[in-house]
Design a protein. Structure first.
Length: 278
């Protein structure tokens, strides 16, 4: 039996309609991985994974990237994503997730992908948006591609702080600055030969370019990559699971009330490929 799919938009987003048992069997793992690279975002509507099933499904697709372990038995577990500080020690820093970003720009090898399941939703807001950075690059004029292929961009975790806390306390700024900075290609040439844009709220300066010109370029490309042709917005239903290719997309959550109780459970796949210049 083949993988059952339905494309959501021409350039991004595909529903996977196979049963939970078929997904957990691992039979379609290679097909799912292929779809992930080509489509950027895979939606498993109301598959209703338990935490244990989500971990098991993640492990069928690659190497599990542990974030949390079950305190009872020490086994791999899901990571709770919420703005409720009583439920998550990292809730304060999750405010940065409401701006376009790629996970892992501080790492030489970013994570391959994330899998997110909806457990509790906010009454309003809280949708998740994704953009296809492969498709955005491929649609650029050839002259611009040639120019951007050569550029290096500085990224930092501390730059994201100014998006959600424009006047941060010095101690908080120092903590974020201690994470460090990284120099990344504006255009990532993947082992497959395809290229994607590396942008997001961690990007703060184009190396060897006038600061104003570089900032203008980063904003221009962010607007281009997040244009309607390249973006899929997911309206969540409890029980939905979404997987996205972290190496070929950006994502963000739309604002919602921190007191709403919105709760998502996340697992990740370890990265397999370092950032590389074109």
């Amino acid at each position: 039996m083949a993988l059952e799919t339905r494309d959501l938009k021409p350039l991004i987003g595909t529903q996977i309609l196979n049963s939970k048992s078929e997904l957990l069997s691992g039979e379609y793992a290679d097909d799912i991985r292929a779809q992930l690279e080509q489509r950027g975002v895979l939606v498993f509507p109301q598959v209703n994974f338990t935490d244990e099933e989500q971990v098991a499904f993640t492990k069928t697709l690659g190497k599990f990237a542990p974030e949390m372990r079950d305190p009872k038995d020490g086994q791999d577990s899901v990571h709770k994503i919420t703005l409720d500080e009583s439920q998550s020690a990292s809730a304060a820093y999750l405010k940065g997730s409401m701006y376009w970003h790629i996970d892992g720009t501080m790492n030489e090898v970013p994570i391959l992908g994330s899998i997110l399941s909806a457990k509790v939703l906010s009454p309003t807001g809280g949708q998740t948006e994704f953009c296809n950075t492969y498709a955005a690059y491929e649609a650029l004029p050839e002259a611009e591609k040639a120019e951007y292929d050569k550029l290096t961009v500085m990224h930092s975790a501390w730059n994201t702080l100014f998006y959600y806390a424009p006047e941060p306390p010095l101690q908080m700024l120092k903590q974020m600055m201690a994470i460090g900075d990284s120099e990344l290609p504006l255009v990532w040439k993947h082992e497959s030969g395809r290229k994607s844009l590396v942008l997001g709220c961690t990007a703060y300066m184009v190396k060897d370019m006038d600061y104003k010109q570089g900032t203008e370029l980063l904003v221009k490309l962010r607007e281009w990559a997040t244009g309607p042709d390249f973006v899929y917005r997911h309206e969540w239903t409890v029980g939905d699971t979404i997987m996205w290719d972290n190496t070929g997309t950006m994502h963000r959550a739309l604002p919602y009330d921190p007191a709403s109780g919105r709760m998502m459970h996340r697992t990740k796949l370890e990265g397999e490929e370092a950032f590389a210049f074109a």
